[in-house]
Design a protein around this ligand. Sequence first.
Ligand SMILES: [Zn+2]
Length: 259
Amino acid sequence: MQLIDTHAHLTDARFESEGDRILANARKAGVDRIVVVADAMASSVQALELAERHSGTLWASAGVHPHNATQYESDTTQHLQELALRDHCVAIGEIGLDYYYDFTPPAVQQSVFATQLDLARALNRPVIIHCRDAYDDLLRLLQSHPLGSAGGVAHCFTGTQEQAWALLDRGLYLGMGGVITFKKADELRRVVRHLPLDRLVIETDAPYLAPAPYRGKLNEPAYVKIIAQRLAQELNISEQAVAEATTRNAMQLFWINER
Ligand SMILES: [Zn+2]
């Protein structure tokens, strides 16, 4: 069984000197491809270095997370473009809006998000979107700055049925992560059961959001297998069917088979 973790922050300091063990664990669990997601310029450079060092296993994204939006400078778009055009960079991300934490004024988040949406469209690259407590503004911005044909993914989707379909309608895949295993996520699981399998990808968001029974512990890409198992249970299909579909979806989304 082959699985792809479409969202892991392997440049996080908590993985320093753990890299080989983490990748070996992933391989043992059948997770043979991982997208290393960036959240700032420094991690964008590091993610690409990692991906180039582990060619065929790791791929990278480049982008500035809403928490870091105030770091976005006049030459950042140019730097992102240079990174995005390298072979191992498969997406612009993670980018988006986060009104839950009060780290950056919403107006700054919106303008940095819009700039990166426009860049992705111009470069014909998919986007990895982070959204927390900001769905209305997200949908509004996707209206005024629509995705190109490369589309993207709404990572760690935890919204309502209505929000799910609004995002699918705008060309996004939905990323299923550890939250679907949480005890109190019955509402989300009810939504997930009605989502189209051909628009879902799986992810850990490591080192954050470890799935049950590891909740609160350090998350790692090997645990994406737990997400696949839980998704199979909710969709009432085999784990193999989930693995095949989500792997196909991720390869299509990130053009991994063409690299
Ligand atoms: Zn993330």
